[in-house]
Design a protein around this ligand. Structure first.
Ligand code: BGC
Length: 815
């Protein structure tokens, strides 16, 4: 990893030491309503709430060079032109460094004795981002230079913006006032919002027309105005509005100039829209620029970004975990990624364009598992929002739009695992908070707006939907797909213009999913435990009964001899069975049957994990999704067989499902294996970044597997369910601190040679310091539990009844 950078753990930063990383290495700014994607060369874009409906700056995905739009600065110094982040000019720099921190990115570039630093962040609770700029003369001579800023505005609705040029070339409008550039396209008609790009100091020129600043036959690497040394003070009218400022600087030896740029999304609210025809009311924009013209306000805003993360991370810290990769992931980066997946689901990253997928029903439910400890109130609201996109028959919109919270009709529903994930997220929320009142919250079904059915009603609907939609083997019907979006057993598509996900008449189909059966077991156990906690013994017993029935069905119908069959196709033939020519064993049915409690008494669970180890696992890359990969397209299986072998769902290493196997090993007390497997997909533990290519600090959805020609190449980083599940694996299954309905349960499963570690956990207003000691070199089993010096039976630490706010727990392993 030293090839491209290193972790600065003390500052919770990843430091990138050269700009030409194997792929853009991204950071995420913002965690309330304003978000920015920012790479190591300041590439990326910004949006408010919804990357499709309120995109503020443009970004061309799949560009070449990659990642070529962003928050750019240009320096013109004598004849030379350079960018402190290297791009877009790509002039060789004398020094370069990028520090991706928590909610901020700091890029520093130096050339010919002049250093420019650009610190980018989004202040908490504000709809704007700030770039604080430092320009330093490191020489003994006075330096004269001109600095230019640049962003390209997006017309808010990103899909229209990038497709409908016959209209968009004729609608662009801006206003300029001092250093404030106001992008106000469509403001005269239905929009009541605008984008402001301003500078906190006086500027020496500006441009708002892309043609004037960049030039029609030029690119961002050689903008005409920059090479000419001055802006043209252009006023965009139609075409492509941009924001560019010109700042002339004369710096004495050793001198430093600081100022800031602000990019804000402004909602006009009830203010009058116009001061005069064509002159918008800029009161709010002016206030923003005034506030941040005092750089003390900029510094205070940055301090609050840092403080906020310190506060959030203080909820779970384990500073002395013996393994450095697990330590930095669980304490810092994994939690940061959980914040991003919670906020953005699978909507916008380097791979998700922000116009397609919105929030995923199953995705966002799972994201809550790794997020709920950070901000349980927000998780609560999210659970209710998600539930409201379920239909009264139990099916769920597979995705929904973050701004409108409405289900996406194009993809529709019928992914039959979707309903069950709601039970997992709700149970996780109640375990964290003890707040069962969420179950009584009314959240209407999507087809019955205004209905007052409660969350508990949704949960029971999910259970009965699964039970009432079963196939010939008594297993749950799969519908369009289950967790594996590409296992489309009802699709039968011969037509390349069709979507695998929505094609296929699922009404009369009999295709069944063993993975959903396993997930049902897990969800039923969660729900029964919840009912028991609520004192509803009858309901708990009813759910226990369903559990027992489903378990029997799984054991009778889905055991294939050495592992669990994956599914039965529409013709009733097994998928993921020794009788198949390809795709004999899949990871998901092993994982979910084991997690759901199948195979516990008959030895099958362990065998299933051993089969995963034998056929799917390599220590370098983790577990492939299935084996052997499909070499041809199977009409009866759909998209899973469409990918080249070793990629994505066709036997790629899908990090997300690996985590379930890691948890499986901990259930069997295999602490050494659990850590080994954990490290096999851990980004921080990747050694060769020319091979792995993706960011070392966040999980990638997929790594090319041993069955591909490029094994070990990571792809689709940031927005993946791996994030939440890895945090659950590390914090709960390995380090063993588990929120339970009745208190904090401590049940570690660690490598035998670990001597011990400490976990600081804030839980329901109390800070627990949990010291785990392992004098006998064991992996699992709590021998004794001391709570503030007093022995407690079992391994659950109950909440203090006497109002104490700190609790000291000592756990000795070795039972
Ligand atoms: C989707 C998930 C899905 C997974 C496996 C991801 O891209 O967001 O919903 O479970 O792929 O197919």
């Amino acid at each position: 990893m030293a090839q491209y950078g290193y972790f600065d753990d003390a500052h919770r930063e990843f430091v990138i030491t050269r700009p030409d990383t194997p792929l853009p290495w991204l950071n995420m700014l913002g965690q309330d309503e304003f978000y920015g994607l920012c790479t190591q060369t300041a590439g990326g874009y910004s949006f408010w709430k919804d990357a499709r409906l309120r995109r503020l700056t443009r970004y061309r995905y799949n560009n070449n060079p990659m990642d070529n739009d962003g928050r750019f600065l240009y320096v013109k110094q004598g004849k030379s032109v350079w960018s402190p982040g290297w791009k877009p000019v790509r002039t060789k720099l004398d020094a370069y460094e990028c520090r991706h921190g928590l909610g901020y990115t700091r890029i520093k570039g130096r050339k010919d004795g002049v250093e420019v630093e650009q610190l980018m962040f989004v202040p908490p609770q504000e709809n704007l981002e700030i770039w604080k700029i430092y320009v330093r003369n490191k020489t003994k001579k006075t330096q004269k230079l001109t600095l230019f800023s640049f962003v390209e505005f997006c017309f808010f609705e990103a899909l229209n913006d990038m497709t409908n040029y016959q209209r968009t070339y004729s609608i662009g409008e801006v206003e300029i006032e001092g250093s404030g550039i106001y992008h106000k396209t469509e403001y005269r008609e239905r929009r009541n919002h605008y984008t402001l790009f301003g500078c906190t100091r006086k500027v020496d020129g500006y441009d708002t027309s892309r043609d004037a600043f960049v030039g029609v036959h030029h690119g961002l690497h050689d903008p005409k105005a920059v090479f000419a040394g001055k802006c043209t003070n252009s006023h965009a009218y139609g075409w492509n509005p941009v924001g560019a400022h010109q700042i002339n600087l004369t710096l004495k030896p050793g001198a430093e100039e600081t100022f800031a740029f602000v990019l804000a999304y402004v909602e006009q609210g009830d203010l009058p829209k116009f001061d005069a025809p064509f002159v918008m009311n800029k009161t709010k924009g002016r206030e923003i620029l005034k506030k941040y013209s005092d750089l003390a306000a900029v510094d205070a805003a940055f301090a609050s970004v840092k403080q906020r993360w310190e506060d959030l991370l203080s909820i779970y810290q384990s500073p002395d975990v013996p393994n450095e990769h697990l330590r930095r992931m669980v304490n810092t980066w994994n939690q940061v990624q959980c914040m991003a997946t919670f906020n953005l689901s699978r909507a916008s990253s380097g791979y998700e364009t922000g116009i397609g997928r919105g929030m995923g029903y199953r995705d966002s439910n799972q994201d809550i598992l790794g997020f709920v400890h950070l901000l349980p109130e927000r998780a609560r609201q999210r659970i209710l929002d998600i539930a409201s996109t379920q239909l009264s028959d139990g099916t769920c919109f597979h995705q929904y739009q973050p701004l409108t919270k409405k289900g996406n009709a194009d993809i529709g529903g019928g992914f039959n695992d979707d309903p069950l994930w709601l039970i997992l997220s709700t149970a996780a929320y109640i375990r964290e908070t003890g707040d069962t009142s969420i179950l009584d919250e009314p959240c209407g079904y999507a087809d019955k707006p205004g209905s007052k059915d409660t969350l508990l009603h949704h949960i029971e609907t999910s259970v009965s939907y699964t039970l009432n939609n079963r196939g010939p083997h008594g297993l749950p019907l799969i519908g369009h797909a289950d967790w594996n979006d590409c296992l489309n057993l009802n699709c039968f598509s011969k037509e390349p213009n069709e979507s695998f996900q929505v094609t296929g008449d699922i009404a009369g189909s009999k295709a069944e999913s063993v993975m959903i059966a396993g997930l049902f077991l897990y969800a039923a156990r969660d729900l029964a435990a919840l009912y028991r906690f609520m004192g509803k013994a009858d309901d708990a017993a009813r759910i226990d009964g369903h559990y027992a029935d489903m378990l029997k069905t799984v054991e009778e119908q889905a055991w294939d001899g050495a592992w669990y069959t994956r599914a039965f196709d529409a013709a009733g033939n097994p998928v993921g069975s020794k009788s198949c020519k390809e795709g004999k064993i899949f990871i998901e049915s092993q994982a979910w049957c084991v997690l759901g409690g199948a195979g516990q008494t008959n030895g099958r669970a362990r065998k299933a994990l051993q089969a995963v180890a034998k056929y799917l696992y390599t220590p370098e890359h983790g577990c492939a999704l299935q084996y052997p990969p499909y070499s041809e397209y199977h009409l009866e299986l759909g998209e899973v067989s469409s990918y080249p072998p070793g990629y994505k769902e066709n036997a790629g290493v899908f990090s997300h499902n690996n985590t379930w196997i890691h948890i499986g090993w901990t259930m069997f007390g295999e602490g050494d294996k659990a850590l080994e497997y954990y490290l096999s997909i851990c980004p921080s533990a990747k050694k060769d970044h020319d091979k792995y290519r993706s960011e070392p600090y966040v999980y990638a959805q997929m790594t090319a597997s041993q069955f591909s020609p490029t094994p070990g190449e990571g792809k689709n980083s940031w927005l993946t369910g791996t994030s939440a599940w890895s945090f659950v694996t590390a914090s709960q299954s390995i380090l063993g601190v588990q929120p339970e309905f009745t208190g904090v349960k401590v049940d570690p499963c660690i490598p035998k040679k670990w001597k011990g570690y400490t976990v600081q956990r804030k839980f329901r207003g109390v800070t627990y310091t949990i010291e785990v000691k392992n004098p006998k070199g064991k992996s699992k089993g709590v021998k004794s539990l001391l709570v503030d010096g007093a022995k407690v039976a079992g391994n659950i630490v109950p909440p203090p009844t006497d109002g104490r706010k700190t609790v000291q727990v000592e756990v000795i392993l070795g039972a």
